[in-house]
Design a protein around this ligand. Structure first.
Ligand SMILES: [Zn+2]
Length: 354
């Protein structure tokens, strides 16, 4: 720990204490979060989770936003097809090494179709999905969020439903966690919407034999603006870890070097949720970051930390991106200093050791 990061955390605790005071709760200043490098299992020196944001057309694709989406200008059905293909390519990369990953899924990922025309979450319209908040038009602020459901099946509309991909992922030992049911903006959605989203995700996941979520990857890194009451809801729903946290300066829990390296890459207790919700530092693993990823791995070993290496499944289908993932997965699997496990399992282990 250097003095810079300590002062950074003190600043953050002040920022969070202030935001709590503004929402009307009693505000004892939160003490700065502390971190002691854990004793990782089996003498390992650091931990790595490989994770994906994984969504059908009904996720952030048909609802695309110009902020926080690297492929916003591409056809959403083509992207959805790549999201599907990326499951096969990543499974093939992990299998020879016995590496198990975490796939953060939206709700339609669990459906085999929707011929019965089910409506979810009370068929909401998200009035906050405006150009002011980064959407490309007013459409999603005035149209029910699930309106474009083609009411087909995995055979007729494979871009919209990924229910057939769940069993193969589970059979390989991978973990499936929540990217929210609706792929909503975490900081803009109200309490009722969050409640419905958490319940609906767990209920459709159960239809495919997937356990209730304990971890969330925020769509569009949208943790900024989450209220204290919303965090309480997540905690009550059994969420013990979060990733894809906002990188806006006033909300970010980590400092980054100019080249993007996460400095002091360790889990942090979410301020105000010490001992209950862990936030993970993540690193976007794409070809131009490959060298930096190796440096990041040395850095986590140096501090006894952890990194969540992630991409969208849609990205790991090009030859170049697959080669990058292949090399990094091989590197991590062969480095005896590293413990690689699904993010939820790492969280459970960290909580068990305090
Ligand atoms: Zn997403």
């Amino acid at each position: 720990m250097n003095s810079l990061s300590l002062s950074r955390r003190q600043f953050l605790s002040l920022t969070f204490a202030t935001s709590i005071a503004l929402t009307g709760c009693s505000a004892e200043p939160t003490p700065p979060p502390t971190y002691t490098a854990p004793r990782w299992p089996a003498g390992k020196r650091a931990a790595v989770a490989f994770t994906f944001d994984w969504e059908t057309a009904m996720g952030g694709l048909v609802h695309s936003r110009s902020v926080g989406d690297p492929n916003v200008d591409e056809d959403y059905l083509v992207r959805a097809q790549r999201m599907r293909e990326g499951v096969a390519t990543t499974r093939a990369i992990f299998a020879p090494h016995g590496v198990r990953a975490t796939y953060y899924a939206t709700g339609y990922n669990f459906l085999m179709g929707n011929r019965e025309r089910r409506r979810f979450m009370g068929d909401p319209t998200f009035t906050w999905a405006t150009p002011e908040h980064g959407w490309l038009s007013e459409r999603w602020a005035t149209t029910p969020w699930f309106a474009d459901d083609p009411f087909g099946t995995v055979e007729s509309h494979p871009e919209w439903y990924f229910g057939d991909l769940v069993a193969p992922l589970l059979a390989d030992g991978h973990e499936i966690q929540s990217h929210t049911f609706s792929h909503m903006h975490g900081g803009l959605a109200d309490l009722t919407t969050w409640q419905q989203d958490l319940e609906t995700w767990n209920s459709v996941a159960a239809e495919r034999g997937v356990a209730p979520a304990t971890s969330i990857a925020f769509p569009w890194s949208s943790s900024a603006g989450m209220s204290d009451n919303t965090w309480t809801l997540l905690e009550q729903a059994g969420i013990t870890s979060v990733t894809r946290m906002s990188n806006q300066t006033q909300y970010s829990l980590w400092e980054h070097a100019a080249n993007g390296l996460v400095l002091d890459p360790c889990c942090r207790w979410l301020p105000g949720r010490e001992g209950r919700i862990l936030a993970y530092p993540d690193f976007y693993l794409i070809p131009r970051h490959e060298e930096l990823a190796l440096e990041q791995l040395e850095q986590i070993i140096a501090v006894g930390g952890i990194i969540d290496l992630w991409a969208h499944t849609e990205e790991v289908v090009s030859a170049e991106q697959m080669a990058t993932w292949q090399r990094i997965v091989t590197h991590v699997a062969n480095d005896e200093r590293l413990w690689v496990a699904p993010l939820g399992e790492i969280t459970a282990w960290l909580q068990s050791v305090g």
